[in-house]
Ligand binder design. Structure first.
Ligand code: ADP
Ligand code: MG
Ligand code: MG
Length: 921
């Protein structure tokens, strides 16, 4: 049997495609994003230095066996021969040495997670040869010392300081400030020093066999896949562990061969705002990572036009072609070697939420992508970010006038962050995680080792680096507000403080950073919620989302079920919430909790009187006082939702929630008795004994919901009267009211049989009294497992179901949410006993299965049964997708989540269009 092909030349893309049946996503999985991009550019005629890719399959085989798989190394040697042929150079040949880089690259780009080694192939001999050949000794030894350093760090695991200190010492001894002041002799001497460092640290010499260098570097990339940094990053971004990384071996091109050479990175559009304008930095006489590391101050890419007009034009043509080819914003790396342009990488650029929305909408309008593609380019989480708090503008300008702005830098990632400063990643993570503090991480610049601190922080501030530095790229990806290159800051890591204009700011002090303007302020600046109305691109995108969801037939479903996508409704208890919900695009109220109305100051005493009443008459009298209040609340809701359905839930919580706390009252009574105070004692004692009578050992499962209505029907009778009187009143004013009365916590249809006809009689009576007619429904919440299992019977009375997934989850798991979240849920998720917190994301196999049964059985009885969800899950994208698959008519969530839910609903519709939903178990 022929051995497997583990290695593909950049010119062998066709073969790779054939191996995976032509699917581009699988090519990317096999060759990694970087490798696939290099091969694809090569095929398109873009200048890419010759090279090859060792596949992710080889990495996985290595991880499993702990050694290179059979035949892989031989294929790598073979590919080196081909590369020699393509370049006319020879690996290890002092007369014309081939040098290569060894670069990692998984399917999904993981910025800075895996380290690249440049200049492989340099040895004492070939370095001397390179110096002769190029006539540039300085260049040769600069390259050689870089190899020894990178190889030492990445492959041999020697700490950076071991190299950085000798370099710093050397420079200060010579009185140099910049690396550019180092001459050939200096680099040569430093190379020797670095080689000594390797010997001292490792006990063996830096390998003088180029093939040994190649072998060890390849292995190091494989190993780095399971390194801590890479694993942390994958956890944070949900990248699966079994993808593996590829290894790319690329002929070196040199940006550090004088001032006709250079290197840079660029985005085809602005990754911060999404604006269609080239965005990037470059450096002359530098090697790649100098720009990315943000150590030297870079030039704007546009300046290259003056410096090298022809190269610049060629570059523009290439990146334009790349954007057209990939139909997405590209992030490219390039190097110019003595006036010749080489492309070293292209990938879809990471971008802020704002840029994601703008580029998606622009590209649809440019005709580059379809609306569907545009919608899928933006994640629901990004929409969420755009609706997150930003600084209150007045407070911000006040802070400016007060002179609290202490620094400004590059606006690398937008958003407002307020927090206490910490100067290293471990401490930042610790303060955020263990102490629950809002942390801003402050560093001179960040490195891959710092990512855990950045993830834990609310924002990031650095004193060095540009818009494409590590800190900026990572911050944008995680949606963290970030300022880089605030060069006026003098950060003193040792004393854990920073100094600016003579002012010292110490660890733990509060600052506020504005990632959109790049300004940093002392102290806290209050934040406000941004307005959706002003975000026109987002509005456009959401309109397209609604269009997709409204497409008939986009959901393939059993006969009679909805075939459009989900509608998005909102949970709102007050007219002002309903108005916000509507302005955010909700087309119904899925849950109005009436009990909130009972808590208002002037009403609570009446409510308490009602509860404690000793006769039905006394209770009715108190209720009659409450009725006008409830009626006017409902009128406001119907007016706000003119033309849209409004689901009102009848009283749900146990009555003790409306009464003073038993413990406090007991304490008061005891104190009064002890002190011999009699004034008001009797009334308190009476109240206490009533409360004690209402005491339940497990109120969550006690007298509440429909059970309470059966024990005390007067309350819900009043509520239904208020609902229908309100609906009648607004109807007479020309408003289209669509009340839907929801009975909570049903466990058996018999409960509905007992209560619902009484309530319907009231509804009819009110309509007769008022002489108006309008559309209404009676339905129930489905939140008890038994209700889901007897849904066919329940649907005989209920005209709609609304899943109360919070209670349904509590009762399905047998967890009380508060206790679970406080005591064990976190551990369960960490240990993998639960995949996710089931109170945030619907547990599909358990709770979700009950939901499916309820919908299917309910619709057997009543084909046009309206089904929704009103638990918090209604705003969670994963749960929304599941609601689409279950056959819900709508999801209902908090008004602020409505835009997120609209996009998530469209994603669900697009992702599953044409698939029969009821079969997807
Ligand atoms: P990352 O995934 O961190 O971007 P890369 O593999 O792209 O790592 O490489 C790091 C830096 O080295 C980049 O600036 C890249 O352009 C540069 N580089 C990589 N290979 C070569 C090469 N063959 N010639 C010149 N520069 C290179
Ligand atoms: Mg790169
Ligand atoms: Mg409930």
């Amino acid at each position: 049997m022929a051995t497997k092909k583990w290695v593909y030349l950049f010119t062998e893309l066709d073969q790779a495609e054939k191996y995976v049946n032509g699917e581009w996503e699988r090519v990317r999985a096999l060759l990694g994003g970087k490798g696939a991009g290099l091969a694809d550019m090569t095929r398109a005629g873009v200048p890419v230095p010759p090279g090859f890719t060792v596949t992710t399959e080889a990495c996985n085989a290595y991880s499993a066996a702990g050694k290179f798989p059979e035949g892989m190394w031989e294929q790598e040697l073979e590919a080196m021969k081909d590369t020699e042929g393509a370049t006319g150079k020879k690996f290890g040949d002092p007369n014309n040495p081939l040098l290569v880089s060894c670069r990692s690259g998984a399917k999904f780009s993981m910025p800075g997670m895996m380290d690249t080694v440049l200049n492989i192939g340099l040895t004492d001999e070939t370095a001397a040869g390179l110096a002769r050949l190029t006539g540039d000794e300085r260049f040769a030894y600069d390259s050689y010392r870089r190899l020894v350093e990178m190889f030492g760090e990445v492959v041999l695991g020697i700490p950076d300081e071991a190299f950085e200190h000798p370099l710093a010492n050397y420079k200060s001894r010579k009185g140099y400030r910049l690396d550019t002041e180092m001459n050939a002799e200096d680099w040569k001497e430093l190379t020797e020093t670095f080689k000594r460092v390797v010997r001292e640290q490792k006990g063996f010499d830096f390998p003088q066999d180029p093939y040994k260098q190649l072998e060890l570097a390849t292995e190091a990339v494989f190993k780095s896949w399971n390194g801590k940094r890479a694993v942390d990053y994958r956890r944070a971004t949900n990248i699966p562990d079994d993808l593996g990384t590829a290894v790319n071996i690329v002929t070196m091109v040199f940006g550090n061969m004088g001032n006709s050479s250079g290197t840079g990175v660029a985005f085809t559009r602005d990754p911060s705002t999404g604006e269609k304008k080239l965005y990037g930095d470059y450096l002359l006489n530098a090697q790649g990572e100098d720009v990315v590391a943000g150590i030297r101050n870079t030039e704007k890419i546009q300046n290259l036009q003056q410096e090298m007009p022809e190269v610049y034009q060629e570059f523009l043509n290439i990146i334009d072609k790349l954007e057209q080819h990939y139909k997405d914003m590209q992030d490219v790396e390039f190097t110019i070697e003595r006036g010749k342009l080489w492309m070293l990488q292209t990938r879809s650029g990471k971008r802020t939420a704002k840029a994601a929305v703008k580029t998606a909408v622009d590209m649809v309008n440019e005709g580059l992508i379809t609306k569907k593609e545009g919608l899928l380019r933006v994640t629901p989480e990004q929409v969420d970010t755009l609706l997150h708090p930003q600084y209150d503008l007045k407070a911000q300008s006040q802070a400016r006038t007060d002179g609290r702005m202490f620094a400004s830098g590059v606006n690398a990632s937008p958003g407002a962050a307020v927090g206490q400063i910490y100067f290293d990643a471990d401490k930042a993570e610790q303060m955020a995680k263990e102490q629950g503090l809002d942390v801003i991480m402050v560093r001179p610049f960040t490195k891959p080792d710092d990512v855990h601190g950045m993830i834990a922080a609310k924002g990031i501030l650095t004193s060095e680096g540009g818009a494409t530095s590590h800190a900026a790229v990572v911050a944008r990806q995680f949606g963290k507000p970030c300022i880089v290159g605030a060069s006026m800051l003098r950060i003193d890591l040792e004393h854990r403080q920073m100094e600016v204009n003579g002012k010292v700011i110490k660890e733990g002090e509060w600052i506020s950073i504005d990632g959109a303007t790049g300004e940093a302020y002392l102290g806290k600046i209050p934040v406000t919620a941004p307005s959706l109305e002003e975000q026109t691109d987002l509005l456009t995108l959401l309109t397209w989302a609604d269009e997709i969801c409204a497409t008939p037939g986009i959901r393939k479903a059993p006969q009679g079920w909805p075939t459009r996508g989900l509608q998005v409704w909102a949970n709102a208890d007050y007219p002002r919430d309903a108005q916000r919900a509507r302005s955010y695009g909700a087309v119904g109220i899925g849950l109005c909790r009436t009990e909130h109305m009972f808590f208002e100051q002037e009403r609570l005493p009446v409510v308490q009187r009602m509860i404690l009443a000793e006769s039905s008459q006394a209770r009715t009298a108190a209720l009659n006082e409450l009725l006008p209040h409830q009626r006017s609340d409902f009128e406001g809701l119907f007016e706000a939702m003119d033309g849209y359905p409004v689901i009102i839930r009848l009283i749900d919580p146990p009555l003790h929630e409306f009464l003073p706390s038993e413990e406090e009252l007991l304490e008061e009574v005891v104190t009064m008795r002890v002190k011999g105070e009699t004034d008001g004692l009797e009334a308190r004692e009476k109240l206490l004994s009533s409360i004690q009578m209402l005491h339940e050992s497990n109120p969550m499962m006690g007298l509440r919901g429909v059970r309470l209505s059966i024990m005390m029907p007067e309350i819900v009778e009043m509520q239904v009267r208020a609902i229908f009187e309100a609906a009648a009143n607004v109807t007479l004013k020309g408003v289209e009211a669509k009340p839907e009365v929801m009975i909570p916590l049903t466990g058996t249809v018999k409960e509905l049989e007992w209560i619902q006809p009484r309530l319907e009689r009231i509804a009819k009576a009110v309509m007769d009294e008022k002489g108006v007619n309008f559309h209404y429904k009676f339905g129930t919440m489905i939140e008890i497992p038994r209700a889901t299992l007897t849904a066919d019977a329940i649907a005989k009375l209920a005209e709609f179901f609304s899943f109360g997934t919070n209670d349904l989850t509590q009762m399905t798991y047998g967890y009380s949410r508060d206790d679970a979240e406080r005591n064990f849920l976190l551990k369960y998720v960490e240990e993998g006993i639960l995949e996710k917190n089931p109170f945030q994301t619907i547990d599909r196999p358990g709770v979700g299965r009950l939901m499916r049964i309820a919908v299917e059985d309910g619709r057997k009885t009543r084909p046009d049964l309206e089904v929704g969800i009103c638990g918090e899950h209604g705003g969670d994208p994963d749960s929304i997708e599941f609601c689409h698959l279950v056959g819900n008519n709508y999801v209902s969530c908090s008004p602020f989540r409505v835009p997120v839910a609209r996009l998530a609903a469209a994603h669900a519709a697009l992702k599953h269009s044409g698939v029969m939903i009821a079969e997807e178990k």
